[in-house]
Design a binder for this molecule. Structure first.
Ligand SMILES: [Mn+2]
Length: 327
Protein backbone atom coordinates (compact mmCIF):
# COMPACT_ATOMS: atom_id res chain seq x y z
CA UNK A 1 0.00 0.00 0.00
CA UNK A 2 1.60 3.23 -1.10
CA UNK A 3 0.11 5.22 1.83
CA UNK A 4 1.75 2.82 4.29
CA UNK A 5 5.05 3.33 2.47
CA UNK A 6 4.67 7.12 2.81
CA UNK A 7 3.65 6.86 6.45
CA UNK A 8 6.70 4.74 7.25
CA UNK A 9 8.97 7.23 5.51
CA UNK A 10 7.53 10.14 7.51
CA UNK A 11 8.06 8.21 10.76
CA UNK A 12 11.67 7.49 9.84
CA UNK A 13 12.41 11.07 8.85
CA UNK A 14 10.62 13.09 11.55
CA UNK A 15 11.25 13.41 15.26
CA UNK A 16 8.20 14.65 17.15
CA UNK A 17 4.60 13.49 16.85
CA UNK A 18 1.25 14.51 18.32
CA UNK A 19 -1.53 11.93 18.27
CA UNK A 20 -5.16 12.87 18.79
CA UNK A 21 -8.68 11.54 18.28
CA UNK A 22 -12.32 12.60 18.30
CA UNK A 23 -14.43 14.07 21.11
CA UNK A 24 -15.84 11.42 23.49
CA UNK A 25 -13.35 8.76 22.42
CA UNK A 26 -14.33 5.10 22.20
CA UNK A 27 -12.14 2.01 22.55
CA UNK A 28 -11.11 2.13 18.88
CA UNK A 29 -9.93 5.74 19.26
CA UNK A 30 -7.98 5.10 22.46
CA UNK A 31 -6.70 1.67 21.41
CA UNK A 32 -5.43 2.86 18.03
CA UNK A 33 -3.73 5.90 19.60
CA UNK A 34 -1.93 3.81 22.21
CA UNK A 35 -0.80 1.11 19.76
CA UNK A 36 0.67 3.78 17.48
CA UNK A 37 2.16 5.58 20.49
CA UNK A 38 4.14 2.47 21.46
CA UNK A 39 5.36 2.01 17.89
CA UNK A 40 6.64 5.59 17.74
CA UNK A 41 8.10 5.56 21.25
CA UNK A 42 10.05 2.37 20.57
CA UNK A 43 11.54 4.01 17.51
CA UNK A 44 12.97 6.78 19.68
CA UNK A 45 10.39 9.37 18.65
CA UNK A 46 9.15 12.18 20.81
CA UNK A 47 5.42 11.43 21.00
CA UNK A 48 2.45 12.77 22.98
CA UNK A 49 -1.21 11.79 22.92
CA UNK A 50 -3.36 14.88 23.47
CA UNK A 51 -7.14 14.46 23.35
CA UNK A 52 -9.98 16.91 23.59
CA UNK A 53 -11.99 14.73 26.01
CA UNK A 54 -10.86 12.81 29.05
CA UNK A 55 -10.52 9.03 28.66
CA UNK A 56 -13.80 7.42 29.79
CA UNK A 57 -13.42 5.53 33.08
CA UNK A 58 -14.11 2.15 31.43
CA UNK A 59 -11.17 2.62 29.02
CA UNK A 60 -8.57 3.72 31.57
CA UNK A 61 -7.30 0.13 31.82
CA UNK A 62 -5.94 0.44 28.25
CA UNK A 63 -3.77 3.39 29.29
CA UNK A 64 -2.01 1.75 32.20
CA UNK A 65 1.17 3.75 31.53
CA UNK A 66 -0.99 6.87 31.90
CA UNK A 67 0.34 8.63 28.80
CA UNK A 68 -2.88 10.19 27.47
CA UNK A 69 -3.22 13.90 28.23
CA UNK A 70 -6.36 16.00 28.13
CA UNK A 71 -5.99 19.15 26.07
CA UNK A 72 -5.69 22.58 27.58
CA UNK A 73 -4.71 25.54 25.47
CA UNK A 74 -2.16 26.89 28.01
CA UNK A 75 -0.43 23.61 28.43
CA UNK A 76 -0.45 22.19 24.91
CA UNK A 77 -0.68 24.79 22.13
CA UNK A 78 3.06 25.40 22.17
CA UNK A 79 3.86 21.67 22.18
CA UNK A 80 1.51 21.14 19.25
CA UNK A 81 2.95 24.03 17.24
CA UNK A 82 6.51 22.83 17.85
CA UNK A 83 5.98 19.21 16.82
CA UNK A 84 6.75 17.89 13.33
CA UNK A 85 3.74 15.66 12.64
CA UNK A 86 0.09 15.68 13.71
CA UNK A 87 -1.73 12.37 13.46
CA UNK A 88 -5.53 12.17 13.62
CA UNK A 89 -6.99 8.78 14.43
CA UNK A 90 -10.55 7.47 14.04
CA UNK A 91 -11.86 10.74 12.64
CA UNK A 92 -11.89 12.30 9.19
CA UNK A 93 -13.43 15.71 9.91
CA UNK A 94 -11.18 18.12 11.75
CA UNK A 95 -14.05 19.66 13.72
CA UNK A 96 -14.27 16.34 15.60
CA UNK A 97 -11.42 17.58 17.81
CA UNK A 98 -13.64 20.51 18.88
CA UNK A 99 -11.53 22.99 20.91
CA UNK A 100 -8.28 21.75 19.37
CA UNK A 101 -9.43 22.42 15.80
CA UNK A 102 -8.09 25.95 15.74
CA UNK A 103 -4.54 25.20 16.77
CA UNK A 104 -4.29 22.35 14.26
CA UNK A 105 -5.75 24.40 11.40
CA UNK A 106 -3.66 27.48 12.06
CA UNK A 107 -0.30 25.71 11.93
CA UNK A 108 1.28 24.10 8.97
CA UNK A 109 2.66 20.77 10.10
CA UNK A 110 2.49 17.41 8.35
CA UNK A 111 -1.03 16.12 8.98
CA UNK A 112 -1.84 12.43 8.75
CA UNK A 113 -5.39 11.13 8.98
CA UNK A 114 -5.95 7.44 9.74
CA UNK A 115 -9.59 6.39 9.73
CA UNK A 116 -12.28 4.03 8.45
CA UNK A 117 -15.31 6.32 7.98
CA UNK A 118 -16.92 7.66 4.79
CA UNK A 119 -16.49 11.09 3.21
CA UNK A 120 -13.19 12.40 4.56
CA UNK A 121 -12.60 16.14 4.73
CA UNK A 122 -9.60 17.19 2.68
CA UNK A 123 -7.36 18.45 5.48
CA UNK A 124 -4.55 15.89 5.67
CA UNK A 125 -1.27 15.66 3.74
CA UNK A 126 -1.51 11.91 4.00
CA UNK A 127 -4.90 10.21 4.16
CA UNK A 128 -5.16 6.56 5.13
CA UNK A 129 -8.93 6.12 5.10
CA UNK A 130 -10.40 2.81 4.07
CA UNK A 131 -14.01 1.88 4.85
CA UNK A 132 -13.22 -1.81 4.32
CA UNK A 133 -11.54 -1.80 7.72
CA UNK A 134 -13.54 -2.74 10.81
CA UNK A 135 -11.67 -0.22 12.89
CA UNK A 136 -8.77 2.19 13.05
CA UNK A 137 -7.08 -0.35 15.32
CA UNK A 138 -7.10 -2.86 12.46
CA UNK A 139 -5.36 -0.32 10.20
CA UNK A 140 -2.66 0.15 12.84
CA UNK A 141 -2.31 -3.64 13.07
CA UNK A 142 -1.76 -3.87 9.31
CA UNK A 143 0.70 -1.00 9.45
CA UNK A 144 2.71 -2.68 12.20
CA UNK A 145 2.91 -5.86 10.09
CA UNK A 146 3.78 -3.89 6.95
CA UNK A 147 6.34 -1.52 8.46
CA UNK A 148 7.98 -3.90 10.96
CA UNK A 149 8.68 -0.83 13.06
CA UNK A 150 7.63 -2.67 16.20
CA UNK A 151 6.61 -6.13 17.29
CA UNK A 152 3.19 -6.92 18.67
CA UNK A 153 3.47 -7.50 22.42
CA UNK A 154 1.01 -7.75 25.33
CA UNK A 155 0.32 -4.02 25.53
CA UNK A 156 -0.14 -3.48 21.80
CA UNK A 157 -2.21 -6.66 21.44
CA UNK A 158 -4.64 -5.52 24.16
CA UNK A 159 -5.12 -2.09 22.57
CA UNK A 160 -5.76 -3.46 19.09
CA UNK A 161 -8.01 -6.24 20.37
CA UNK A 162 -10.16 -3.74 22.31
CA UNK A 163 -10.38 -1.52 19.22
CA UNK A 164 -11.51 -4.31 16.93
CA UNK A 165 -13.84 -5.95 19.45
CA UNK A 166 -15.79 -2.78 20.15
CA UNK A 167 -15.95 -1.42 16.58
CA UNK A 168 -17.28 -4.78 15.33
CA UNK A 169 -19.93 -4.88 18.08
CA UNK A 170 -18.07 -7.86 19.54
CA UNK A 171 -17.43 -9.46 16.14
CA UNK A 172 -20.94 -9.25 14.73
CA UNK A 173 -21.23 -6.14 12.51
CA UNK A 174 -21.19 -6.36 8.71
CA UNK A 175 -17.47 -5.76 8.10
CA UNK A 176 -16.51 -8.64 10.38
CA UNK A 177 -14.93 -11.31 8.19
CA UNK A 178 -12.36 -14.06 8.28
CA UNK A 179 -9.51 -11.54 8.30
CA UNK A 180 -10.97 -9.90 11.43
CA UNK A 181 -11.02 -13.26 13.18
CA UNK A 182 -7.52 -14.17 11.99
CA UNK A 183 -6.20 -10.95 13.50
CA UNK A 184 -8.09 -11.66 16.73
CA UNK A 185 -6.65 -15.17 16.75
CA UNK A 186 -3.13 -13.74 16.42
CA UNK A 187 -3.77 -11.22 19.23
CA UNK A 188 -5.08 -13.93 21.56
CA UNK A 189 -1.60 -15.47 21.56
CA UNK A 190 -0.66 -12.63 23.88
CA UNK A 191 -1.66 -12.11 27.48
CA UNK A 192 -5.28 -11.06 27.11
CA UNK A 193 -8.58 -12.65 28.08
CA UNK A 194 -11.60 -11.84 25.86
CA UNK A 195 -13.90 -12.25 28.84
CA UNK A 196 -11.82 -9.78 30.85
CA UNK A 197 -11.65 -7.15 28.07
CA UNK A 198 -15.41 -7.38 27.53
CA UNK A 199 -16.05 -7.06 31.26
CA UNK A 200 -13.81 -3.97 31.54
CA UNK A 201 -15.55 -2.20 28.69
CA UNK A 202 -19.19 -3.31 28.86
CA UNK A 203 -19.87 -4.49 32.38
CA UNK A 204 -18.98 -1.53 34.57
CA UNK A 205 -22.35 0.24 34.50
CA UNK A 206 -23.50 2.15 37.57
CA UNK A 207 -26.69 0.71 39.08
CA UNK A 208 -28.52 3.93 38.16
CA UNK A 209 -28.19 3.00 34.49
CA UNK A 210 -29.58 -0.50 35.01
CA UNK A 211 -32.51 0.92 37.02
CA UNK A 212 -33.23 3.37 34.21
CA UNK A 213 -33.10 0.55 31.65
CA UNK A 214 -35.65 -1.35 33.74
CA UNK A 215 -38.01 1.60 33.65
CA UNK A 216 -37.49 2.11 29.93
CA UNK A 217 -38.18 -1.57 29.17
CA UNK A 218 -41.40 -1.30 31.15
CA UNK A 219 -42.65 1.23 28.62
CA UNK A 220 -41.72 -0.88 25.57
CA UNK A 221 -44.61 -0.88 23.09
CA UNK A 222 -45.22 -2.38 19.65
CA UNK A 223 -46.96 -0.31 17.00
CA UNK A 224 -50.16 -1.46 15.25
CA UNK A 225 -48.25 -3.27 12.51
CA UNK A 226 -45.96 -4.93 15.04
CA UNK A 227 -42.97 -3.68 13.04
CA UNK A 228 -42.02 -0.72 15.22
CA UNK A 229 -40.86 -0.99 18.81
CA UNK A 230 -40.56 2.12 20.96
CA UNK A 231 -39.98 3.19 24.51
CA UNK A 232 -39.93 6.31 26.64
CA UNK A 233 -37.68 7.90 29.20
CA UNK A 234 -38.91 10.94 31.12
CA UNK A 235 -37.07 13.51 33.19
CA UNK A 236 -38.82 11.97 36.21
CA UNK A 237 -37.14 8.61 35.41
CA UNK A 238 -33.76 10.32 35.18
CA UNK A 239 -34.18 12.13 38.48
CA UNK A 240 -35.55 9.17 40.40
CA UNK A 241 -32.89 6.71 39.23
CA UNK A 242 -30.00 9.18 39.44
CA UNK A 243 -28.94 8.31 35.88
CA UNK A 244 -27.94 10.82 33.21
CA UNK A 245 -28.37 11.35 29.49
CA UNK A 246 -25.24 9.43 28.48
CA UNK A 247 -26.46 6.38 30.40
CA UNK A 248 -29.08 5.70 27.71
CA UNK A 249 -26.42 4.80 25.12
CA UNK A 250 -27.49 1.49 23.61
CA UNK A 251 -31.02 1.43 25.04
CA UNK A 252 -32.68 1.90 21.65
CA UNK A 253 -31.22 -1.44 20.56
CA UNK A 254 -33.75 -3.17 22.81
CA UNK A 255 -36.60 -1.65 20.77
CA UNK A 256 -35.27 -3.33 17.65
CA UNK A 257 -34.27 -6.68 19.15
CA UNK A 258 -37.68 -8.32 18.71
CA UNK A 259 -39.23 -10.62 16.12
CA UNK A 260 -40.61 -8.82 13.03
CA UNK A 261 -39.53 -5.39 14.31
CA UNK A 262 -37.82 -3.25 11.64
CA UNK A 263 -37.61 0.14 13.36
CA UNK A 264 -36.74 0.94 16.96
CA UNK A 265 -37.40 4.35 18.49
CA UNK A 266 -36.39 5.75 21.85
CA UNK A 267 -38.17 8.90 23.02
CA UNK A 268 -36.15 10.78 25.59
CA UNK A 269 -37.64 13.78 27.37
CA UNK A 270 -35.23 16.72 27.75
CA UNK A 271 -35.68 19.56 30.25
CA UNK A 272 -36.68 21.77 27.29
CA UNK A 273 -38.08 19.38 24.69
CA UNK A 274 -37.28 15.82 23.68
CA UNK A 275 -35.01 13.77 21.48
CA UNK A 276 -35.57 10.60 19.51
CA UNK A 277 -33.12 7.86 18.58
CA UNK A 278 -33.98 5.73 15.54
CA UNK A 279 -32.57 2.35 14.56
CA UNK A 280 -33.55 0.36 11.49
CA UNK A 281 -32.62 -2.84 9.70
CA UNK A 282 -32.44 -3.94 6.07
CA UNK A 283 -33.24 -1.35 3.42
CA UNK A 284 -35.16 0.98 5.76
CA UNK A 285 -33.48 4.36 6.13
CA UNK A 286 -33.38 5.60 9.70
CA UNK A 287 -31.66 8.77 8.53
CA UNK A 288 -34.52 9.62 6.17
CA UNK A 289 -37.04 9.01 8.93
CA UNK A 290 -35.06 11.28 11.29
CA UNK A 291 -34.89 13.97 8.60
CA UNK A 292 -38.70 14.21 8.65
CA UNK A 293 -38.26 15.65 12.14
CA UNK A 294 -35.25 17.83 11.43
CA UNK A 295 -32.64 15.23 12.38
CA UNK A 296 -30.23 12.94 10.55
CA UNK A 297 -27.40 10.47 10.94
CA UNK A 298 -26.35 7.13 9.50
CA UNK A 299 -28.50 4.87 7.33
CA UNK A 300 -29.34 2.46 10.16
CA UNK A 301 -28.81 4.76 13.17
CA UNK A 302 -30.05 8.33 13.46
CA UNK A 303 -31.62 10.86 15.77
CA UNK A 304 -33.54 14.12 16.06
CA UNK A 305 -33.98 16.76 18.75
CA UNK A 306 -37.04 18.97 19.12
CA UNK A 307 -36.92 21.89 21.51
CA UNK A 308 -39.88 23.53 23.24
CA UNK A 309 -42.00 20.55 22.21
CA UNK A 310 -43.87 17.96 24.27
CA UNK A 311 -43.07 14.36 23.31
CA UNK A 312 -46.59 13.24 24.22
CA UNK A 313 -48.00 15.29 21.39
CA UNK A 314 -45.57 13.75 18.91
CA UNK A 315 -45.64 10.04 19.65
CA UNK A 316 -48.65 9.25 17.42
CA UNK A 317 -47.30 11.42 14.61
CA UNK A 318 -43.85 9.85 14.76
CA UNK A 319 -45.16 6.29 14.87
CA UNK A 320 -47.59 6.97 12.00
CA UNK A 321 -44.72 8.39 9.96
CA UNK A 322 -42.51 5.40 10.78
CA UNK A 323 -45.31 3.01 9.76
CA UNK A 324 -44.97 4.29 6.18
CA UNK A 325 -41.37 3.08 6.15
CA UNK A 326 -42.27 -0.48 7.13
CA UNK A 327 -45.49 -0.80 5.07
MN1 LIG B 1 -13.57 3.49 14.81
Amino acid sequence: MKEFEQFKKIIQEKKSFILTTHVNPDADAIGAELALYYLLERNGKNVRIINHSPTPYYLEFLDHDNVIEQYSSDKHDEVIVNSDVHIFLDLNQLNRVVKMENVFRSNYKIKICIDHHQDPENFADLLIDDIQYTSTGEIIYDFIKFSRLTAIDNKVALCIYAAIMTDTGSFRFERTNSKTHLIAAELLKYDLEPREVYNQIYEQAPISRQKLLGRALNTLTLSRSGKIGYMLITQKDIKETGANESDVDGFVGYCLAMKDVKIGILFYELPNGFKMSFRSIGNISASKLASEFGGGGHFHASGARLYDADYQQYIIKVIDTAEKYVA
